[in-house]
Design a protein around this ligand. Sequence first.
Ligand code: SF4
Length: 233
Amino acid sequence: MNVPAIAKSTFELLRNQPEFLKITETMITHLNKIKSSLERARFVHNVVDEYNQKIFSHPIVKELMPCKAGCTGCCHTQVSVTEDEAELLAHNISNGVEINYKLLEHQSLAGNDTDAFFAIPYKERRCVFLDDQGACKVYKDRPSVCRTNAVLGDAAQCDTSTNSGDGALRLVKTQEADMAIVGAFALAKESGTLPMMLSKVLKAKHAKENASILKSVFGRIAGKKPISKDHEI
Ligand code: SF4
């Protein structure tokens, strides 16, 4: 289980408080009842958004939070996703969202190794879903971690262009959302960094599609009637 670092530290801090632990437990109970991976991912995202809503709409947070489209600091850091979230991202790609596959492959080689990821040059660390204007191409379906990243004050605090990731901060505390995220990761069959998980899901889909094409080709060949003697030359 590769629980996102900040959600994990929130969980460690609050796991002994029953009202917070209940969030994680309830999340697991609900997710267990949902059969579709896309629905599970979207359920988690809705819960995270609802918890974040009251924090992000606070007048002081609104005034001091510089996060906006075009500011891409947190989109150059390591993002962890569940297998369901990777499926949802792959679903967006199937529906026409374009990504740079070479960049994805390059980033995925770092696996879950943070040092290896931050050793990649800054420009090559950009998330494959970041467009040229610095907006997220899958904003509606972005992972739960992306929904909780927020800072107060200077956006430069999130800039990892000149350091190894230690500078990435999240000053806005999203404790309830973090506890819900831990529940989602605890239940996930697999989780890990976005590039690694997405690459894996895309390859599995590709292999499945190839297998089904081969099956239908072989099916057609096997179904062909042998040429009758009358038609023999
Ligand atoms: S999925 Fe979107 S919000 Fe998340 S890191 Fe990628 S571009 Fe940024």
